[in-house]
Design a protein around this ligand. Structure first.
Ligand code: FAD
Ligand code: DHB
Length: 391
């Protein structure tokens, strides 16, 4: 078998890349370890930046997103017994975010690929990469061989792609946080119209949503927390304790339909490429979820990679491909910093003393009262424009 681009992973990065390449007349095959049902049900991100929404709409996969996605024009930071709104419409006029589940994006992309006759293979569990530092790389899986011009490693943080790069090529940067997030999806009308990021002495909590009937919540918990230790009543009691901290706010509760624990870390591998292998999305970098950047970064990488591949297949020029990592990394590091900053601002660190807590409060007061500081948060949250990378 032969294709132009062999794509490993059918997450948002791999599927979007396959779709954008198809729109440019470039063939690809997507190899995914999990089943279609599994990837379509995997509950993860929910906040799409303006640029991500525009990318999906322009690519013709935004119809349901436009219909069912929930546009948001602000978020609330809740601490010290009060809520403070970060108003996007005032601070970053014309820019907003859309709440739409990652698994819905994945469903829409799979449907689009299959409708166009795309080759997406599920339950392929022994993918191996070969000869990536030659111009004839290939993939093997289940006794088959797929010859490619280029391989795109879109297989997430624990995938095989990054691990196939010879030792000594990559420099890895990482930061592990001393806590995790316990996330739930519940069948209950959201108690707030906008997302609430709450900082309390008991730890961080986030109130998000997926639809007018489904709410999404996260709780800061210990890094080695056992999900079994969190029966429904304990989850709701803790969410109430961390969110019902302002007068008049009552948290509505309901059936919990999904739950999981996510470790918190920042990670970047540089460069995001080696030979004919190009890493995109979580395969190359991850951020702690505070600030909702991971999925959006994956989309930004894929845009850059699509342009570079289009030039390569048009006239054989490798200039844009050679510059892929260099083009992506400024945005990657901006998101690393923003996510670290939001995480530090809102979580309880056991190592913090009273002085550190006062600094945290001071910064929260500044962000919620100064136009300049509020704008810093807002413009990063809604997402910085793409121009520099693609010009
Ligand atoms: P993935 O979605 O991880 O996809 C990789 C795919 O590769 C998977 O389907 C996997 O099964 C497959 N794979 C792995 N190994 C192999 C192999 N060996 N062979 C074949 N296939 C393989 N980001 C945001 O932007 N906004 C948010 O609000 C947000 N919230 C989040 C909340 C939580 C709780 C979590 C966990 C993450 C959140 N993120 C958020 C991050 C976001 O989910 C990820 O950044 C995003 O999934 C990255 O997409 P990806 O395609 O690069 O990787
Ligand atoms: C969601 C996740 C995030 O990490 C975040 O910062 C906001 C919302 C969510 O899943 O809805």
């Amino acid at each position: 078998m032969r294709t132009q681009v062999g794509i490993i992973g059918a997450g948002p990065a791999g599927l979007l890349l396959s779709h954008l390449l198809h729109l440019r007349g470039i063939e690809s095959v997507v190899l995914e370890r999990r089943s279609r049902e599994y990837v379509e049900r995997r509950v993860r991100a929910g906040v799409l930046e303006q640029g991500t929404v525009d990318t999906l709409v322009e690519a013709g996969v935004g119809e349901r997103l436009k219909r069912e996605g929930l546009p948001h024009h602000g978020i609330e930071l809740r601490y010290g017994g009060a809520g403070h709104r970060i108003a996007f419409e005032r601070l970053v006029p014309g820019r907003s975010i859309t709440v739409y589940g990652q698994q819905e994006v994945v469903k829409d992309l799979i449907a689009a690929r299959l409708a166009a006759g795309g080759d997406v293979r599920f339950e392929v569990d022994d993918v191996a990469l070969h000869d990536i530092d030659t111009d004839r790389p290939y993939l093997t899986f289940g006794g088959e061989r797929l010859d490619c011009d280029v391989i795109a490693g879109c297989d997430g943080f624990h995938g095989v792609s990054r691990a196939s790069i010879p030792e000594g090529v990559l420099t890895e940067y990482r930061r592990d946080y001393p806590f995790a997030w316990l996330g739930i999806l519940a069948r209950v009308k959201p108690s707030s119209e906008e997302l609430i990021y709450a900082r309390t002495e008991r730890g961080f909590a986030l109130h998000s949503m997926r639809s007018p009937e489904i709410s999404r919540f996260y709780l800061q918990v210990a890094p080695d927390e056992d999900l079994e230790a969190w029966p429904d009543e304990r989850i709701w009691a803790e969410l109430r304790a961390r969110l019902e901290t302002v007068p008049g706010f009552t948290l509505a509760t309901g059936d919990i339909v999904e739950r999981g624990i996510t470790p918190m870390r920042g990670f970047v591998a540089e460069p995001m490429q080696h030979g004919r292998l190009f890493l995109a999305g979580d395969a190359a970098h991850i951020v702690p979820p505070t600030g909702a950047k991971g999925l959006n970064l994956a989309v930004a990488d894929v845009r850059v990679l699509t342009e570079a591949l289009a030039r390569f297949f048009a006239d054989g020029s490798t200039e844009a491909l050679d510059g892929y990592s260099r083009a992506c990394l400024p945005r990657v590091w901006r998101a690393q910093h923003f996510s670290w900053w939001m995480t530090t601002l809102l979580h309880t660190f056991e190592s913090d003393d009273a002085y550190a807590r006062r600094l945290q409060t001071s910064y929260l007061d500044y962000v919620t009262s100064s136009e300049a500081a509020g704008t810093t948060l807002a413009e990063n949250y809604v997402g910085l424009p793409y121009e520099e990378e693609t010009s």
